[in-house]
Ligand binder design. Structure first.
Ligand SMILES: Nc1nc2c(ncn2[C@@H]2O[C@H](COP(=O)(O)OP(=O)(O)OP(=O)(O)O)[C@@H](O)[C@H]2O)c(=O)[nH]1
Ligand SMILES: [Mg+2]
Length: 717
C-alpha cells in the first residue's frame, strides 16, 4: 500500500446503538474499498471487525476495531465501536484519533437510547456527526417514523440528503437531493444505476433540495449572498456550506443505507471524503496546552490510543501519526520518560489483517509491535521534540465489585492477568483496598466486568469470584464521657503501673469546646497545657490535649498515652472500624516511682479510651456518595422512587441537554449494582456519575443491623 498524504486521509468512527448495523456497515465499506472480496456477516461470525471469540459467541462487538478501506484515492480509516454502553471505552479512545462520527440509526427502531447515548458522547468529545439510516430493507423499516424520532431527539440538526424508494424487504434505491439523481441497485453487492429522478418523485425531491440549499446557505455569508441574488447554489457550494455546518455540530446530514445489501455505502463514503474534515484540520493539544498542527513537514510524533495482546504478534500498539512522517525503523522517544523505542515495523490494520507498510503520514492510523514500554496514552516523538499529547479522558466508573481468585493459591496469577487486561482497556480499574483487604474492580457495568471474568477463564484458565465490596465504616462519638483505668501488674521482678484519667468529646470542625466540663457530676475547669492535632490517614481528626496538673503523670509518658489511644482509634469498639473526629483530654493519673514504664501507660490509655468511647454515645458512620442521574423524563419517577429506597437524600433536580437530572446523596452501601438496576428500570436510557462526598452517621436501624452482623462475625471467628 502506498502512503497517503494527510489531505487524502479520513478517520471515521462508527457509532450507534447496539444492533444498528455498524459492524455490517464496516464490512461493506471494506468490500467497497477492495480490502475484502466477499462480505462476511455477523451471523456467520466471519466479519473482519468482530473477530474476537467473545464477539462471535455474543454476536456483537465488544472491542473498538480499527479498519481501513482504500477508496477514491483516499485512505478511509474506520473504527467500528460496540453499541453497548458498557464498552464505551473503545469509542472514547476512537474519538481521540477520529475526525468524524457516522451515527447509525436502525430504521426499524428509530432513534434509540443507545443512539442518544453515543450522540451525547460525540458532542462531549467534539466529534461532528453524519447520520446513516440503516436497515431500510428490514421488514419493519419505517422512514417517516425514523425521521420524526430524529427531529424529536435532535431538533433541526438532521438535514436530509437522500430519501429511500421501496422501503422494506424490496428496498432497492434512493433519491439523492444533493446530486439530484436516483440511485437504483440491481444486486446485493452495491451494483448501481445512476438514473434521472422518476417523475412521481420529482416534487418531493425538489422540496427537499430547497430545504437543503436553505440550510447550506446558512453557515457562510458569501453563500448566503449568492443564494439571495441567484436563488440557487451549485452542488459544490452546497457541500461547502454543509461542511461548515457539520464541523460546527449544527448539521447532521442524513443518508439512506442497507448495510446488509450494500446499498448507499459508496455514496456515504464519497460524501464523507468530499465534505468531512481531513485530519489536517484538527490541532492536537499537548499536556502543556500547546496546539500541534497535523502536517507532514514537521517532526514525527505519534500517539498510542490502544494496545492489545494478539496471537502470534504479542503486544500491539495502535497509534495515530499526529505530525510528520513515520518510517519503518525509526527511533523515537517517549518525551516523559526519555525511553527510546524503535518502530521496527508499521502496519495498516483491518482487524486481524495487518498489511505491512514502510511509511505513514501525519493523520494516518496504524499499529506497530514489539515496543518496549509504550502503553495507551503515551506519545512517541523525534528525540528532542518534547511533545506529549493530552491523555484520553475515559469516563468515570459506574460499577464496583470485590474480586478474588476462586483458588487462593492463584491470587497472584489472577492479579497479573487482570492487570494485563486493564492495560488493554483502561476503563477497568483494579485497586487493592488496604483497609478492607479486598481487591476492588471498577468498570462500566456488570457486562463489562463479566467480560473480564470470561477472558480470565478462557485465556488464562483462571476462575474468579465477584462479591459486594465491603464498606469501610467509621466510628465516632456523640457526647462527652470520662473514664479512668489503672494498669497494675506485680508478679516477681519489675512490676508495671500506670493510671490514666481522660475525657473524650466529639470533634466538630470550627467548634471550640472550651475547657469546662462536668466530670463525676462536678463542674471542672481543665488546665490545657498542650494540644496536638492529627489529620487521620483515613479521614477526620484526632485532637489530643494534655491537661495534667501537679505532675500526676510525667511528660515523658504522654507519647505512650497517645499511642494507646491511637491503637484503639484503629479498631473502634463497636465494629472494629476506624474511629475519627474525637477530642481526648488527659487530665489526671498516677505513676509509681519504680514500676511505671511506657507499656503500662499504653495499656492504661487504651483501656480508659475504650471505656470512655463506649459511654460517649458511639455511632457508626458510613461513606456517602453524590450521585447524578441523567434520565429521559418518562423515567424520572422510577429513578426517584428507586433512589428513595436506597436511603438517598435528594439535593436537586433539573434538566440538561434534553434529559432530566437528579442530584442526590446516597450511602455507598446502597449503591452495589446500581448501574444494573438503573439500566433495567429505564430500559437502558439513563446514565449516572458517582463520587465520594463524606462520612455521615448511619440511621439507628442500620446501626443495629451492623452491630448484630459484627457480633455474629466475631462469634464465627
Ligand atoms: N435487514 C438488515 N439487517 C441488518 C442490516 N445491517 C445489519 N443488520 C443485522 O442487524 C444485526 C446487527 O448488526 P451488527 O452489524 O452486528 O450491528 P452493530 O451495530 O455492529 O451491533 P453492536 O456491535 O452490538 O453494537 C445483524 O443481525 C445484522 O445482520 C441491514 O442493513 N439490514
Ligand atoms: Mg458491531
Amino acid at each position: 500500500m502506498k502512503a497517503y498524504s494527510t489531505q487524502n486521509i479520513r478517520n471515521v468512527v462508527l457509532l450507534g446503538s447496539t444492533k444498528s448495523g455498524k459492524t455490517t456497515l464496516s464490512e461493506a465499506m471494506l468490500y467497497e474499498g477492495k480490502v475484502i472480496d466477499r462480505r462476511g456477516t455477523v451471523e456467520a461470525k466471519n466479519t473482519v471487525s468482530d473477530n474476537a471469540e467473545i464477539e462471535q459467541i455474543n454476536q456483537r462487538s465488544i472491542y473498538a476495531t480499527p479498519l481501513y478501506a482504500e477508496f477514491m484515492d483516499t485512505k478511509f480509516n474506520i473504527i467500528d465501536t460496540p453499541g453497548a454502553d458498557d464498552f464505551v471505552g473503545g469509542a472514547v479512545s476512537a474519538f481521540k484519533v477520529c475526525d468524524t462520527g457516522v451515527l447509525l440509526i436502525n430504521a426499524q427502531q428509530g432513534v434509540e437510547v443507545g443512539t442518544q447515548i453515543f450522540r451525547r458522547y460525540a458532542r462531549e468529545y467534539d466529534i461532528p456527526i453524519i447520520v446513516g439510516v440503516n436497515q431500510l430493507d428490514g421488514d419493519k423499516a419505517n422512514w417517516e417514523g425514523t425521521i420524526e424520532s430524529m427531529k424529536e431527539a435532535f431538533g433541526n440538526k438532521p438535514v436530509i440528503i437522500q430519501f429511500p424508494v421501496n422501503v422494506g424487504p424490496s428496498f432497492d434505491g434512493f433519491v439523492d437531493v444533493l446530486t439530484m439523481k436516483y440511485y437504483h441497485f440491481t444486486d446485493e453487492n452495491g451494483t448501481r444505476q445512476d438514473l434521472d429522478i422518476p417523475a412521481e418523485l420529482k416534487d418531493q425531491a425538489d422540496e427537499l433540495r430547497q430545504a437543503l440549499i436553505d440550510r447550506a446557505a446558512e453557515y457562510d455569508d458569501t453563500l448566503m449572498e449568492k443564494y439571495f441574488e441567484t436563488g440557487e447554489l451549485s452542488e459544490d457550494e452546497i457541500r461547502q456550506g454543509l461542511g461548515i455546518g457539520i464541523r460546527q455540530g449544527e448539521v447532521y446530514p442524513v443518508f439512506c443505507l442497507s448495510a446488509k445489501k450494500d446499498i448507499g455505502v459508496k455514496r456515504l463514503m464519497q460524501f464523507t471524503i468530499r465534505v468531512a474534515a481531513s485530519p489536517a484540520e484538527k490541532k492536537a493539544i499537548t499536556k502543556d496546552a500547546k496546539e500541534i498542527e497535523c502536517k507532514q513537514d514537521a517532526p514525527t510524533t505519534l500517539f498510542i490510543y490502544k494496545t492489545a495482546v494478539e496471537q502470534h504478534l504479542g503486544e500491539v500498539a495502535y497509534f495515530k501519526v499526529m505530525s510528520g512522517e513515520l518510517t519503518e525503523g525509526m527511533d523515537l522517544e517517549n518525551p516523559e520518560t526519555g525511553d527510546r523505542e524503535r518502530i521496527s515495523a508499521i502496519y495498516a490494520v483491518a482487524g486481524k489483517k495487518k498489511e505491512k507498510v514502510t511509511d505513514l503520514y501525519a493523520g494516518d492510523i496504524g499499529c506497530t509491535v514489539k515496543l518496549r514500554a509504550a502503553k495507551t496514552n503515551v506519545t512517541l516523538c523525534t528525540p528532542g521534540t518534547d511533545i506529549a499529547f493530552e491523555e484520553i479522558k475515559f469516563p468515570h466508573y459506574k460499577y464496583r465489585c470485590a474480586v478474588k481468585a476462586k483458588d487462593p493459591k492463584e491470587e497472584e496469577k489472577v492479579s497479573d492477568a487482570m492487570a494485563k487486561i486493564a492495560a488493554e482497556d483502561p476503563t477497568y480499574i483494579i485497586e487493592y483496598h488496604k483497609e478492607m483487604k479486598q481487591t476492588i474492580l471498577k468498570g462500566q457495568g456488570e457486562q463489562h466486568v463479566n467480560t473480564l471474568k470470561w477472558r480470565l477463564q478462557k485465556e488464562n484458565k483462571l476462575e474468579i469470584e465477584f462479591s459486594a465490596p465491603k464498606i469501610s465504616y467509621r466510628e465516632t462519638i456523640t457526647k462527652v464521657a470520662c473514664a479512668d483505668y489503672r494498669h497494675k501488674k506485680q508478679s516477681g521482678g519489675a512490676g508495671q503501673f500506670g493510671e490514666v484519667h481522660l475525657l473524650i468529646a466529639p470533634y466538630q470542625e470550627g467548634v471550640d469546646p472550651g475547657n469546662r466540663f462536668k466530670i463525676d457530676g462536678k463542674e471542672t475547669v481543665l488546665n490545657i497545657k498542650g494540644k496536638e492535632e492529627f489529620d487521620l490517614p483515613w479521614g477526620g481528626k484526632l485532637e489530643f490535649y494534655n491537661c495534667i496538673v501537679g505532675g500526676a503523670i510525667d511528660a515523658r509518658f504522654m507519647p505512650a498515652i497517645l499511642k494507646g489511644i491511637n491503637d484503639k482509634m484503629n479498631e473502634g469498639p463497636l465494629t472494629g472500624s476506624l474511629a475519627r473526629d474525637i477530642r481526648v483530654y488527659v487530665y489526671d493519673g498516677k505513676m509509681h516511682p519504680v514500676d511505671s514504664n511506657e507499656i503500662s501507660f499504653v495499656l492504661a490509655a487504651r483501656n480508659a479510651f475504650k471505656e470512655a468511647f463506649r459511654k460517649a454515645g458511639p455511632k457508626i458512620m458510613e461513606p456517602i456518595y453524590t450521585v447524578e442521574v441523567m434520565t429521559p423524563t418518562d423515567y424520572m419517577g422510577a429513578c426517584m422512587s428507586d433512589l428513595q429506597n436506597r436511603r438517598a437524600l435528594i439535593e436537586g433536580m433539573g434538566t440538561d441537554k434534553g434529559f432530566d437530572t437528579i442530584k442526590a446523596r446516597v450511602p455507598l452501601a446502597e449503591l452495589y449494582r446500581y448501574s444494573t438496576t438503573l439500566s433495567s428500570i429505564t430500559s437502558g436510557s439513563a446514565t449516572f456519575k458517582m463520587e465520594f462526598a463524606d462520612y455521615q452517621p448511619v440511621p439507628a436501624d442500620v446501626q443495629e443491623k451492623l452491630l448484630k452482623a459484627y457480633m455474629e462475625e466475631d462469634k464465627d471467628e
